[in-house]
Design a protein around this ligand. Structure first.
Ligand code: PMP
Length: 500
């Protein structure tokens, strides 16, 4: 009953009417999914797939409590935040109660991109500066302002970032500019924070003030990067000294995924000035939020510009958001994420002595990555093998994705209902598939898609390429000199192998 079209008609209509820039997972043989439950999805033939990547359906696909809350509120009232209704006030209080002081004010929006845009506006209003520091490989959304701070979507030559955006090296201890082979963890935290400090000093020496530093508190888009100890604490200090505010993007990693805390920034012992929330907040319903301090909210208000989002914080969204938080709390999914996540990491690490292709296993809670390599010593990314493995896993009914600058990192960010039995299944599969993959890859199994060539293993990406030129929006007058309009941009095409 759930299927209205044959798979080929579904694909045909999609190709005809959807913009081609929106890629599919497994482009050559896409999956058609007709229903889902918990951490499982089902195709048109009733075949089950274990979903290891959907961090949106946080408390499980089609979660009963969330569905009931939505239906009940939809049949009672749906209006907008210009009226008073209880569940907006109650949900705002509940959400803010999950944050440390002084983060106690929330704005409701409808997507992660919108949250990024609003966060940048708040920061710029508060500091009176457009200058923004972002990280290599970062992705913060598809709207113009968010793209400007998203090097992930801007391979060299495809799109340029405006001159008021500075890109700091990604604090990736395994593959980044400073590595664990040469430095201890504390030293790495210091070295990477120093990179941000250097940018801050350059800005202040030029007579300007930093506006904002924006970063995920663990970088999902860069390939499941766990920052070295104290990196954010040291970085936030430098940014604040230079007059800026710190934005934590918790769109992918928030709501207890890290297991020990509600928010990933807490694992680094910092309190940001602005936090963006999305994906899991509504378990699939389009809801997002920006949480900030009363002081920053006041600066924004004093610009005299009203904030209103037609759908942001509507009664249905609030009912859903509240149901998500209650599910995490009542089922203690945070503790569950820690237990299953620890089990996943230790099980994967136990494979390392037997499988040299597993170069690194990193993760906190249900945020885990496997960095696949051809040579452990040289850390040569096994991009080809990773693609092949992803495809074989799918054939076996397990859905994972690839990410990182070389597309060689297998990403785990499953619904929080993911179980130890699910981990056991994956570990068994990897033991069987990795040797198979290795043979096929050396035989030259699959040609890399054209659009990926510049970003894959054989041609290392220039990691610190400083991106210059063209604003996509009109910045303040004194920043205008020497800029030209971007000719356009093209997303990083990866043939459906990523899920950002
Ligand atoms: N921030 C991060 C870290 C993201 O991963 C994404 C989406 N992949 C966004 C922001 C944008 O969210 P949305 O797609 O809901 O606009």
């Amino acid at each position: 009953a759930a299927e209205q079209l044959s798979k080929s008609d579904t694909l045909g209509l999609r190709k005809k009417h959807l913009g081609p820039s929106c890629s599919l997972f497994f482009e050559k043989d896409p999956l058609k999914i007709v229903r889902a439950e918990g951490q499982y999805m089902y195709d048109e033939d009733g075949r089950q797939y274990l979903d290891c990547i959907n961090n949106v359906c946080h408390v499980g696909h089609c979660n009963k409590r969330v569905v009931e809350a939505a239906c009940q509120q939809l049949s009672t009232l749906n209006t907008n935040s210009r009226f008073l209704y209880d569940n907006l006030s109650l949900y705002a209080r509940k959400l803010c109660s999950l944050f440390p002081d002084p983060l106690s004010v929330v704005f409701f929006t409808n997507s992660g991109s919108e949250a990024t845009d609003l966060a940048l506006r708040l920061a710029r209003a508060h500091t009176d500066s457009f200058i923004t520091i972002t990280l290599e490989h970062a992705y913060h959304g598809h709207v113009t302002s968010a793209m400007e701070v998203s090097p992930y979507k801007c391979p060299e030559g495809k799109m340029t970032l405006p001159p008021y955006v500075h890109v700091a090296p990604c604090p990736d201890s395994y593959r980044g500019k400073h590595r664990d082979a040469d430095h201890g963890p504390e030293e790495l935290g210091r070295l990477y924070a120093k990179e941000v400090k250097d940018i801050c000093e350059k800005v202040t020496k030029g007579g300007d003030r930093v506006g904002a530093f924006i970063a995920e508190s663990m970088q999902s888009c860069g390939g499941q990067i766990i920052f070295p100890p104290d990196y954010l604490r040291r970085t936030y200090e430098c940014v604040r000294e230079a007059g800026g505010v710190c934005i934590a993007d918790e769109v992918q990693i928030g709501f207890g995924r890290v297991g020990t805390h509600w928010w990933a920034f807490e694992t680094q012992g910092v309190v940001p000035d602005i936090v963006t929330l999305g994906k899991p907040i509504g378990n699939g319903h389009p809801l997002s939020a920006v949480v900030t301090t009363p002081e920053i909210a006041k600066s924004f208000h004093s610009t005299g510009i009203e904030f209103f989002s037609t759908f942001g914080g509507n009664p249905v969204s609030c009912a859903i958001g509240m149901a998500v938080i209650k599910e995490v709390e009542d089922r203690d999914l945070k503790t569950h994420a820690k237990e299953v996540g620890d089990y996943l990491v230790s099980s994967l690490r136990s494979l390392m002595p037997r499988f040299p292709m597993i170069g690194d296993v990193r993760g906190i809670g249900l945020f885990v990555g496997i960095d696949l390599v051809r040579d452990r010593e040289l850390r040569t990314p096994a991009t080809e093998e990773a693609r092949r493995l992803l495809f074989r896993l799918r054939q076996e009914g397990v859905i994972l994705s690839l990410d990182g600058p070389y597309d060689n990192v297998l990403k785990f960010k499953p619904p929080m209902t993911f179980s130890k039995a699910n981990v056991d299944r994956i570990v068994l599969l990897l033991q069987r598939l990795i040797p198979e993959i290795k043979e096929d890859a050396t035989a030259g199994f699959q040609k890399k898609p054209e659009a990926c060539n510049a970003l894959t293993a054989d041609k290392p990406v220039s990691r610190n390429a400083r991106i210059c030129v063209a604003p996509l929006i009109q910045p303040p007058g004194d920043l205008l000199c020497g800029m030209r309009r971007a000719q356009g941009c093209q997303s990083r095409m990866k043939s459906g192998y990523i899920a950002s």
